[in-house]
Structure formats: structure tokens, C-alpha cells
Design a protein around this ligand. Structure first.
Ligand code: NI
Length: 136
């Protein structure tokens, strides 16, 4: 009997969408205002899902305090109020689209959350636009 425990988190960050192999015209065509060289920000909402068996002792899948701390220490501290292109190592050579941010977050969390759990990351870049990644 598996249950999914979910934790919401939030961070603000700036980015510029750019493919360095394309000229300015093509970047502008594909990314529109998101290719602005002076950057722009988003209020990102993050949902981390942890799926596993209920521990018969605690009645929990995972202690939410533990999950909260893992997210804060490894994701929020790293991303919140940062310029993703400049200040977050992973995006020095990776375009910080919501898709790529979700993959980076998943990869970080995968190393920090016990392997007996399946994990999924949902990242909202705006209220209406969000991506999901579960390591496949
Ligand atoms: Ni953007």
C-alpha cells in the first residue's frame, strides 16, 4: 500500500532563456520576452512528491519536517533570490527553462531522499504553466 506525501515550497528567481548556439534573432523568435538579456523573474512554486509505504510505527510515509528541511537546505537556499544563469552552477551551461530547472531539482533531491521512495517534482513557473519530472 503506497501513499504519496507532497510538500509545497516556493522560491523567487531571475533567468534569461537563451540557446548560445543561436543568434539573437532566433533566440528572440523562440523565447520572446524571456530572452531579454537583462533577465526577468518568476515566483516559482515547487511541489515535491514522495511515494512509499506507510511506516507502521510512525504512520508516516516520510516525516514532513525531514522533507521540508531537505528541500530548504538543498533547493531553496540554492535558488531563492538568485539569478539562475549566473549564480547557480548547473545553469552556467544549461538553459534555465522550467523543464531544465525541474530536472536539476529532481537530481539534487534524488541524492538526498532515501532510495526506497519514488520522487516526483512539479514546478510552476506561472500559475498556468508547470512541468513535471519523475526521473524517466
Ligand atoms: Ni521566464
Amino acid at each position: 500500500m503506497k501513499v504519496t506525501a507532497c510538500r509545497k515550497a516556493h522560491f523567487n528567481a531571475a533567468h534569461q532563456l537563451i540557446n548560445i548556439n543561436w543568434d539573437e534573432k532566433k533566440n528572440k523568435k523562440i523565447y520572446g520576452v524571456c530572452s531579454n538579456p537583462n533577465y526577468h523573474g518568476h515566483n516559482y512554486d515547487l511541489i515535491v512528491k514522495v511515494k512509499g509505504e506507510i511506516d507502521p510505527g510512525s504512520g508516516y510515509v516520510i516525516d514532513m519536517k525531514v522533507l521540508k528541511n531537505i528541500i530548504e537546505k538543498n533547493i531553496i537556499k540554492k535558488f531563492d533570490h538568485k539569478n539562475l544563469n549566473i549564480e547557480v552552477e548547473e545553469f552556467r551551461s544549461l538553459n534555465p527553462t522550467a523543464e531544465n530547472i525541474a530536472v536539476v531539482i529532481w537530481n539534487i533531491l534524488r541524492k538526498k531522499i532515501n532510495k526506497r521512495f519514488e520522487i516526483q517534482v512539479i514546478l510552476y513557473e506561472t500559475e498556468r504553466n508547470f512541468v513535471e519530472y519523475s526521473g524517466e
